[in-house]
Design a protein around this ligand. Structure first.
Ligand SMILES: O=P(O)(O)OC[C@H]1O[C@H](OP(=O)(O)OP(=O)(O)O)[C@H](O)[C@@H]1O
Ligand SMILES: [Mg+2]
Length: 181
């Protein structure tokens, strides 16, 4: 039903599962002996976070934060707002931020600076998708799954006007979907 709105699939469910496994292995090795606080950024990171933590074999805690710079727009407003803050104190903690995508980089730059200001011991970033051509601020993930071209993608957490997050794969929408909005 949702699939009919997709013009082209970029990454299948199987490819996403495979890269998530690999990322989980690397993170397991790098965080051995630590007890990270894994922070998922709502709402886009939810499907990836849920799958990734099951591939990470260290003691960890999970928390979530909601920040927004897009609203319903397809271009970042440039201003990042905290919609829901963490429940956990990050001071002295090893942090792993989990994102679905880094595009302009504004969301992650804001969060890394915030957690450092709050005296986290270390801050690392994992993103399923990296769109380097979208970047307007200087930030790179420590771990990424796939590089994506400079196109607006949906699925597996990524939305267009809050829809399509529940697609199990990632792709681009047919042009008529935008024309009808
Ligand atoms: O690198 P950037 O240009 O900042 O873009 C990336 C951010 O934008 C999206 O979130 P959004 O603010 O749309 O909220 P959502 O996760 O609820 O869709 C995405 O999930 C990232 O958090
Ligand atoms: Mg969004």
């Amino acid at each position: 039903m949702l699939e009919k709105d997709i013009e082209r699939v970029f990454y299948s469910q199987e490819e996403i599962a495979e890269v998530t496994k690999k990322l989980g292995k690397k993170i397991t090795a790098d965080f051995a002996g630590k007890e990270p606080l894994v922070i998922g950024i709502l709402k886009g990171a939810v499907p990836f976070m849920a799958d990734l933590v099951k591939e990470v074999d260290v003691r960890l805690e999970m928390d979530f934060m909601d920040v927004s710079s897009y609203g319903n727009a397809m271009v970042s407003s440039g201003e990042v707002k905290i919609v829901k803050d963490l429940d956990t104190n990050v001071a002295g903690r090893d942090i792993l931020i989990v994102e679905d995508i880094i595009d302009s980089g504004r969301t992650l730059k804001y969060l890394v600076d915030l957690f450092k200001y709050r005296q986290a011991k270390s801050v690392k970033l994992v993103t399923l998708f990296d769109k380097p051509e979208g970047r307007v601020v200087d930030i790179e993930p420590d771990y990424f799954g796939y590089l994506v071209p400079n196109e607006f993608i949906v699925g597996y957490g990524l939305d267009y006007q809050e829809q399509y997050r529940n697609l199990p794969f990632v792709g681009v929408l047919k042009p008529e979907i935008y024309e009808n909005n």
